[in-house]
Design a binder for this molecule. Structure first.
Ligand code: IPM
Ligand code: MG
Length: 352
C-alpha cells in the first residue's frame, strides 16, 4: 500500500531525530512492501523565522491531506525568557492541536528492563510499571476564554472550560484503552475545588454503568502526583484534563529512567500526530547525539494507530529492544560506548 506521511521536523533536535524515524519507516516499507511518501513542512520557531507563523496554512493543509503526521519537536530558548514575544513556537503546537481536532494525547509509560537502574525510583517500585496517560488536549485552561490582562495590566486571567461532550469523548477513549488492557481506569481531577472537575466526575459516573467490566476510580490530582512515584505499578489507564495531563505525563515519563524512549500519539477528529515526548533539546541540536528512539517508537505508534499496520509496528518495537540490549544507543543512556543519532538510525534500519 501507499501511504502519505506529513513530516514536521520542527526545532532543535527535531530534524535529526525525525530523519532516523524515516530511515526506519523506509526499512519497514521495503520489508513489508509498503510505500511511504514523506512530505516535509514547517512548524515552530523554524516556521516563525521563515514565514512568521508557527503553524502555517500550508502545513495545516498538508496534515489534512496526509494519512498521518510525524512530528519532531518545537521550542527555542530565545522565546523562553521573553514573556512579551508576540508570536511563540508553542502557539504552533496549540494551533495544530485545535485545527486538527486532536483532543486526545496518548502517552504509554513503559519501563525497559536494561534501563531501570537509570530510574530516579527504586528498582522494586518501578519494575514492571506499565500504564497509559490519556490527556485531554484541546480544552481546559489551555484554550478557555476569556483570557488576558486587565486594562491596568496588573491582573491576568485564564479560564478553564469543559463541556460535557468534550469530557465524554475523551473518557470514552479511556474506557476503550482500559478494555484492551487491564480493565482499570483512573480518572484524575480536582473535584474538591474545581467546577470543571465536578463536571468530569459527574460525566464519568454517568458513563460507568455502560462499562461494567472496567474498574473505575477517582483520584485528586495532587494525590495522583504522589501515587505515580509511590506506586507506579498500580496504574493501568489514567484519563485527565489538559493541564493535569501535561504535568502528570511529564512526571510519569521520568520514572522509567528513559525519557528519550517514550513516544506519544495525539488523535482526534482529523489526521493523527505522532511525536516523542521529550522536547527540542536545543543544547544538542545539530550534534548528532540526541536519542532517536522515542521518535522511532512514535513511528511504531503511527503504523499501529493510523495505518493499522500492527505487525510492522511490532517489528519496530522489537528492533528498538534489540538495539538497547546490544548497546547500540546514544550517550544519554549508554554506559560504555555511545553511538551517534545517525548511527542508531542506520543500525535500526539495517537490523529491522
Ligand atoms: C507538551 C508540551 C506543550 C504543552 C507545550 C510545549 C505547549 O509541554 O506537549 O506536553 O504544554 O502541551
Ligand atoms: Mg508538557
Amino acid at each position: 500500500m501507499d501511504y502519505k506521511i506529513a513530516v514536521l521536523p520542527g526545532d532543535g533536535i527535531g530534524p535529526e531525530i525525525v530523519e532516523q524515524a524515516i530511515k526506519v519507516l523506509n526499512a519497514v516499507g521495503k520489508k513489508f512492501n509498503h510505500r511511504f511518501d514523506f512530505t516535509e513542512a514547517l512548524v515552530g520557531a523554524t516556521a516563525i523565522d521563515r514565514v512568521g507563523n508557527p503553524f502555517p496554512e500550508e502545513t495545516f493543509q498538508l496534515c489534512m491531506d496526509s494519512d498521518a503526521v510525524l512530528f519532531g519537536a518545537i521550542g527555542d530558548p530565545k522565546y523562553d525568557n521573553d514573556p512579551k514575544a508576540k508570536v511563540r513556537p508553542e502557539q504552533g503546537l496549540l494551533a495544530m492541536r485545535k485545527k486538527l481536532g486532536l483532543y486526545a494525547n496518548i502517552r504509554p509509560v513503559t519501563t525497559f528492563k536494561s534501563l531501570i537502574h537509570k530510574s530516579p525510583l527504586r528498582r522494586d517500585l518501578v519494575e514492571g510499571a506499565d500504564f497509559v496517560v490519556i490527556r485531554e488536549l484541546t480544552g481546559g485552561i489551555y484554550f478557555g476564554e476569556p483570557r488576558g490582562r486587565s486594562e491596568d495590566q496588573n491582573t491576568a486571567y485564564d479560564t478553564c472550560t469543559y463541556t460535557r461532550e468534550e469530557v465524554q469523548r475523551i473518557v470514552k477513549l479511556g474506557f476503550e484503552y482500559a478494555a484492551k488492557r487491564n480493565k482499570r481506569l483512573t480518572v484524575v481531577d480536582k473535584a474538591n475545588v474545581l467546577a470543571t472537575s465536578r463536571l468530569w466526575r459527574e460525566t464519568v459516573q454517568e458513563m460507568t454503568p455502560d462499562h461494567p467490566d472496567i474498574e473505575v476510580d477517582y483520584m485528586f490530582v495532587d494525590n495522583a502526583a504522589m501515587q505515580i512515584i509511590q506506586w507506579p505499578r498500580k496504574f493501568d489507564v489514567m484519563v485527565t484534563e489538559n493541564m493535569f495531563g501535561d504535568i502528570l505525563s511529564d512526571e510519569a515519563s521520568v520514572i522509567t529512567g528513559s525519557l528519550g524512549l517514550l513516544p506519544s500519539a495525539s488523535v482526534g477528529i482529523h489526521t493523527s500526530v505522532f511525536e516523542p515526548i521529550h522536547g527540542s533539546y536545543p543544547q544538542a541540536a545539530g550534534k548528532d547525539i540526541a536519542n532517536p528512539l522515542a521518535t522511532v517508537l512514535s513511528a511504531a505508534m503511527l503504523l499501529e494507530i493510523s495505518l493499522n499496520l500492527t505487525t510492522e509496528a511490532s517489528a519496530i518495537r522489537e528492533v528498538v529492544d534489540r538495539s538497547i540490549e546490544e548497546g547500540v544507543i546514544t550517550e544519554d543512556i549508554a554506559e560504555g560506548k555511545a553511538y551517534r543519532t545517525s548511527e542508531v538510525g542506520d543500525w535500526l534500519a539495517e537490523n529491522l
